[in-house]
Design a protein around this ligand. Sequence first.
Ligand code: CO
Length: 212
Amino acid sequence: MKNFYKKMLENNKKWVAESLEKDPLFFERLANGQQPPLLWIGCSDSRVPANEIIGAMPGEVFVHRNIANMVIHSDMSMLSVLDYAVNVLKVKHIIVCGHYGCGGVKAALGNQQIGLIDNWIRHIKDVYRFHSTELNLITDETKRFDRFVEVNVQEQVLDLAKTSIIQTAWRNEQELEIHGWVYDVKDGIVKDLEITFENNNRLPDVYQLDLD
Ligand code: CO
């Protein structure tokens, strides 16, 4: 335990030295500010690190992570990250990245009471309800779980598109695409769900905000 803690600090020193060896101005440049083109909304799962799996460097990805990569409209932390990313950093892409084998999605499939987190998981259960016709038809449990992960990402992409923050950016003709991905922890490969939004035209009428 103690060794692991010490090792982390040693690793940091090593990483600094290696980074400077490759690029003596690495930290100097980063200290000048950030202009990441991408906002990543992912799961807190330790196996799905945002930067590593897309080969991104420090300064390239603005990140928000929570259990099961949820976009919940009353979540001040998510909204603040989104507002800053869209309105200050002017990111060009937002990726919601779920992953197969997600513990949060798995918990939503079951009925076990866990604790406070039940109230977070409940939002994922809503996704099941919206897609229950399709999901209930899948008899293979693993396949149903995998598909649940995918439709959960799909709903979070939709939830992003519903926000006033995103719709205002589109109204102002800001270049901004929202994508849905699923990462496979078994082989490291990302599946693009190809549900990209770049305007609010495909949002059901009731969600389209009249911003003029
Ligand atoms: Co997860």
